[in-house]
Structures are given as C-alpha cells and as structure tokens.
Ligand binder design. Sequence first.
Ligand SMILES: NC(=O)c1ccc[n+]([C@@H]2O[C@H](COP(=O)([O-])OP(=O)(O)OC[C@H]3O[C@@H](n4cnc5c(N)ncnc54)[C@H](O)[C@@H]3O)[C@@H](O)[C@H]2O)c1
Ligand SMILES: [Zn+2]
Length: 358
Amino acid sequence: MKNIRKIIVKLEDRSYPIYIGKNILSDKSLLGKINVNNFALVTNKKIKSLHLSKIKNNSIKKNQIILSDGEKYKNQESISKIYSYLLKNKFSRDSCLVAFGGGVIGDMTGYASATYQRGINFIQIPTTLLSMVDSSVGGKTGINHPLGKNMIGAFHQPIAVIIDTEILKTLSKRQFNAGMAEVIKYGIIKDKNFFKWITKNCLNIKLQDPESIIKIIKRSCEIKAEIVSQDEEEKNIRALLNLGHTFGHAIENVLGYGKWLHGEAIACGFLIASSVAIQNKTMSINQYNDIKNLLEVFDLPTKLPKNINIENLFNAMLVDKKVKDNKMVYVLPNGIGDSYITNKISRKIVMKAFIQHA
Ligand SMILES: NC(=O)c1ccc[n+]([C@@H]2O[C@H](COP(=O)([O-])OP(=O)(O)OC[C@H]3O[C@@H](n4cnc5c(N)ncnc54)[C@H](O)[C@@H]3O)[C@@H](O)[C@H]2O)c1
Ligand SMILES: [Zn+2]
C-alpha cells in the first residue's frame, strides 16, 4: 500500500477513517477494504471527465448519478434525481453512495444517504480543498431552500473519507485559495503552532508542494475530527468552527451568493471577528496583522466588498442561524490558537469593526 495517512473520527459505533495520500484513489486495496456490495457514485460532468479514471475499483464506478454542477443545483430536485436512480435500479438499504466532488456534491450525497430508505451508508471522496479540509468530515449534510442556504439537512456521518491530493491539481487557484481560508481558520481557533507553520511554509503551500499539502489537510482534518468527536451536533464547541462565518454569511447574502466564494467571505469575516476581539481585549494588533498578512499571501480579501451597505450586513446577520434567545452569538479569537463563544457583544462594537473594514 502507498504512503497513506489515517485519522479516525471517533464517534463510538459510527467512528470512521479519513485516508489521505497522493494517488491513493488508484489503490485498489484501500477501496477494497470497504465492505459494500452495491455502490452508486454521485458526481458532476466536470469531475467525471477530469478525475473518474483515477478510481481503479470498477465496482465503485459501475453505477453513476451525474448531477448538474453548481450551488444553484444544491436543491430538492437533485436529491429527487438520486432517489429516482436508486429506486429504479432497486438499491436496497445495504447499498452505499459515494460522493465524488466538492462540498456541493458531498452535502447532497450525504443528505440523500441520510434519507433514502431512512438512511444508508455513504463515502466521501472530496475533490476541492474546502471539501477535503472541511465539508467531507463531520456529517453535516443538506441542501438549500429558496428561502435560505443549507436550511434543509441532517446529521449523517460517512463510513469513510478518502482524500487524494493529486486531484487538487486541476482546481482553480481561486478555489484553492478559498479552501486555504478554512485551513487558516483551524490555526486561529485551535492551534498556534499550525498557524505559525502555515505562515512559514506559505510559499510551498502556494506551489502545492505535495508534502506541505498533505500536512495542511491532515492537521485540518485532525482538528475537525477532534471537535466533532466532542460535539457532533453543535451543541457547544463545534460552533468554534464557525469563526468568521456569521460575518461571512452576511457578506455572501448581501452581495448575492456566488460573487465572493465562501472562503473569501469568511476570510474577511476572520478579520472582522479579530477587530471585535481587539475591542473585547482578547487580541492584539500584532496578532490581527499576522492573520491579515497570511490571508493576503493567498489573495483572500481583507476588506469588505466595495460600497456594501453596513446596515444591511448587520440585518443579514440577525437572520442567520446564530441568534439564540434574541442575542447574537459570536465566535471570537482569543489571540491566535484559541477561541471562544460569546453573546455579550454590542451592536456598536460590531458596527465599528465593519467600518474599519469598509
Ligand atoms: N457540510 C459541511 O460541513 C460544509 C462545510 C463547508 C461548506 N459546505 C458546503 O460546501 C459547498 C461548497 O463546496 P466547494 O467549495 O467544494 O464548492 P463546489 O462543490 O461547488 O466546487 C467548486 C467548483 O469546483 C469544481 N471542482 C471540484 N473539484 C474540482 C477539481 N478537482 N478540479 C477542478 N474543478 C473542480 C466543481 O465542479 C465546482 O464547479 C457549499 O454548498 C457549502 O454550503 C458544507
Ligand atoms: Zn466554511
């Protein structure tokens, strides 16, 4: 077997492995370990033409469900397509779906698996950096509703995650950088040394040096796995993974979805959260600048979109999911490498942070 790194997401009887390595999709023995009779692979045309040939195990690609590419197809109609294929082809409860794609394919395949015949198994084979370090791990699955993003969904853990770093080679630079925002997030919320390591090795990462890529994916997955093991359904500490997201979602929403990538919006969100933290005396200006400089290396935005209306931004946050007992809940950095959740931040402080980034 090739050089494969393995991480376990510990969730008692629902624990599962994450395998990470270069060219591991061609490793028949790895996929052969997964004991399933009937697979159906879900992907889109683009990923199929670029990468399906990398999967050497024929039983995994025998049945293919090809969905349209894009966030706007992350809806009930695509889910119905999956159900129809499975029903027409008499897939039973012991079959297994395989998500082969970015977060959109992963979230939809997971949700279809959670609901088809009250729940079947699924495997994640993520193909974007964002899905490798974030969405494929942790069991949040779902689709969008016309009235809100990710509003319909279920917690349903995969039985394995297989990450082949070779697949990243065809990803656009912009998508790669957006994934880096989530990687940097793990450093800020939980691991000062990882943040330092990314800063020191940023040029190697940009050049996609294979060992550096494996290192950032592995450490990101370890941190996510650890947090998910402690709080699978986001009752408390899993919320730390939302650093910058309340602000980021508001930006995505006010700007119109798709103008900025999710990673770009949350990158700006980290800095707004950091400004709030400075006012709340849990971060220094130097630490703020360390984050800003690293985001700039990956061409991530450090200011709000031009001419965005700050009142609208604040109002968009109120309809996000992070309002509890009528108080806004914020995730804030405590320096670099630690973070906390608070509902004691005034509107004035947040507005000041917005203005500083206008
Ligand atoms: N479940 C979770 O915990 C979680 C966490 C974060 C984000 N998400 C969801 O993930 C989605 C975003 O995921 P994403 O950023 O991966 O976007 P995506 O799935 O839309 O992929 C981005 C684009 O890249 C293409 N692509 C994928 N892999 C490629 C490759 N190797 N080479 C070339 N092109 C490739 C896709 O076809 C698509 O056009 C959102 O819907 C978001 O809500 C879920
Ligand atoms: Zn995110």
